[in-house]
Design a protein around this ligand. Structure first.
Ligand code: GDP
Length: 497
């Protein structure tokens, strides 16, 4: 039985989607969602994509572009008045250094939802299409934190059910050590005691610190909901974010006026004021999606991070294939019909390993796809670098020729006692991935093995090294990338035919 609020939501959504369809007839539009957990590379991806499209980048595999059928690609005012615009100009100036290349640096990462429109003016491929004259396809890019998708699972859980689940998860191997301070606090909280704002704040802070620590580079565990605890957008500190799980049974009932009741109220507010509106107003209107994944970071962090990533991918996928009778399936205005999974930052590997990275992601995503009982949308998997910060070279070491990458480590990074100044270039042997993805799943610690003669400690430091963005050759140069064109071909070519 749909709830009254659902019916109102459906009516609102029908109006929204009718407006979408109406504008679609005037100017066909593709709404492309760009998501991924924090630091997966969303901001860099969108900035490079827009730069390459609007400034004539090298995109040989994007056929409509390379064949010259796209006459122009230009930024347009973004159509949704209530959504912030993706700050392309600032991000591009950061990456290129604006007027001074020496100041170039990686831009600020995604913290909330934002949007940008590019109008692609193109000539049809077909005879009939050409006779109709030039067409315009609006590409609306919607950038949003992947953490927010994980909240979908909360809509099916009561506060007590979520509490029991979250506390049990925090006690699992791989997490319990990180969650120790939260567990210590939890012991001091009596769910049946009177409600208490200070306790609620302390519990929320300890729980958030635990979720955040699990995401740190060393552990790289994938995020758990509530997604806004990690990516609050502009609601940091508001009551809807000031709650935490308590140590209660899944069927526990709250006593009126108790700490349990207070937490429950806030959990419900979180769902109704943040989670449902995001899915209804933004997610439900997407046509296509790219999910960015920092697989290299998970591989570097070790086995728990890799299996955790697989679970997170399955959770993300279930948002694109909600159960028939779920709240989301009732409000979905349209179905996402193409999804790309992309392993980012492939420029940290030699190109001889790019196919292996892709095969590995295909393997992990494939398992997630079957676990999420997913079918319907066409999917593709790619290893890419939105902005290529390295080049390649062969280095002789003890008579062996090693396939290396060359780049400028960021200022202040220290490896084997040497601190880099942000100017010096180094050559680095990035390691080889095994050619059989199943080997990595069986034992991810050996995903990227150290070359002979390099100590484990030295190797560890090198694997986490960050490079500066590349130096461009003058104001007309375009950000270099790896396989961005393949992604565009998959996502857009049918709409530009
Ligand atoms: P977001 O949180 O998903 O928006 O992530 P960002 O786009 O801000 O990327 C996070 C960080 O990853 C950046 O600051 C860079 O250090 C790194 N990064 C992202 N894309 C690339 C890439 O294509 N190549 C390299 N070398 N580093 C990248």
């Amino acid at each position: 039985m749909p709830l009254l609020s659902d019916i109102a939501e459906e009516a609102r959504l029908t109006a929204l989607s009718l407006a979408d369809y109406a504008s679609d007839i005037v100017d066909p539009t593709v709404r492309l969602g760009v998501t991924g957990l924090s630091r997966a590379g969303k901001t860099v991806f969108i900035t490079s994509l827009v730069h390459n499209l609007t400034k004539g980048g090298r995109l040989p595999l994007f056929s409509a572009f390379s064949s010259g059928r796209i006459a122009s690609a230009a930024l347009r005012p973004q159509p949704d008045d209530a959504v912030p615009r993706f700050d392309y100009e600032t991000h591009l100036a950061a990456l290129t250094g604006g007027g001074d290349v020496e100041t170039r640096h990686w831009p600020d990462s995604t913290r909330h939802i934002s949007e940008l429109r590019i109008a692609l003016n193109f000539e049809s491929e077909t005879f009939f299409g050409r006779n109709l004259g030039r067409g315009t396809l609006n590409l609306d890019i919607v950038d949003y934190p992947g953490e927010w998708l994980l909240d979908l699972s909360l809509l099916e859980l009561t506060y007590a059910q979520w509490s029991a689940k979250a506390v049990a998860q925090s006690r699992t191997k791989g997490r319990s050590k990180i969650a120790a301070p939260f567990h210590a606090l939890l012991k001091t909280l009596d769910p049946a005691a009177d409600e208490n704002e200070t306790q609620a704040r302390e519990a929320a802070a300890a729980f958030t610190s635990y979720l955040r620590a699990a995401r740190e580079e060393r552990y790289a565990l994938s995020a758990l909901p509530p997604g806004r605890f990690l990516m609050p957008g502009d609601l940091e500190g508001s009551p809807a974010l000031t709650f935490a799980p308590l140590d209660i049974a899944p069927d526990a009932r709250a006593v009126r006026g108790s700490l349990h009741a207070m937490m429950e109220r806030r959990y419900e507010a979180y769902l109704s004021t943040l989670v449902r509106p995001f899915f209804r107003d933004h997610f439900a209107r997407l046509d296509r999606q790219i999910v960015l994944v920092d697989l290299l970071q998970a591989l570097n962090a070790g086995p728990s991070a890799v299996s955790d990533l697989e679970t997170a991918l399955a959770d993300i996928l279930s948002a694109f294939r909600p159960g028939r009778n779920s709240w989301l399936s009732r409000i979905l205005a349209r179905r996402v019909d193409k999804i790309v999974f992309a392993a980012t930052k492939a420029d940290h590997l030699h190109h001889t390993n790019h196919d292996r990275l892709e095969a590995l992601l295909a393997h992990i995503a494939g398992r997630a796809i079957s676990r999420a009982d997913f079918a319907g949308a066409a999917t593709d998997v790619v290893a890419l670098a939105s902005v290529r910060a390295t080049r390649e070279a062969t280095v002789n070491r003890g008579g062996d020729a090693l396939d290396c990458i060359v780049g400028v480590p960021q200022e202040g990074q220290t490896v084997a006692g040497e601190t880099y100044d942000g100017k010096t270039e180094i050559a680095l042997f990035p390691g080889d991935l095994p050619n059989d993805p199943r080997k990595v799943m069986a034992d991810p610690t050996h995903a990227l093995s150290a070359p002979e003669g390099v100590s484990e400690a030295e190797w560890e430091a090198f694997r986490f090294l960050r490079f500066r963005p590349p130096l461009l050759n003058g104001p007309n140069d375009v950000l270099p990338h790896i396989r961005l064109d393949r992604v565009l071909e998959f996502l857009l070519s049918d709409r530009l035919a």
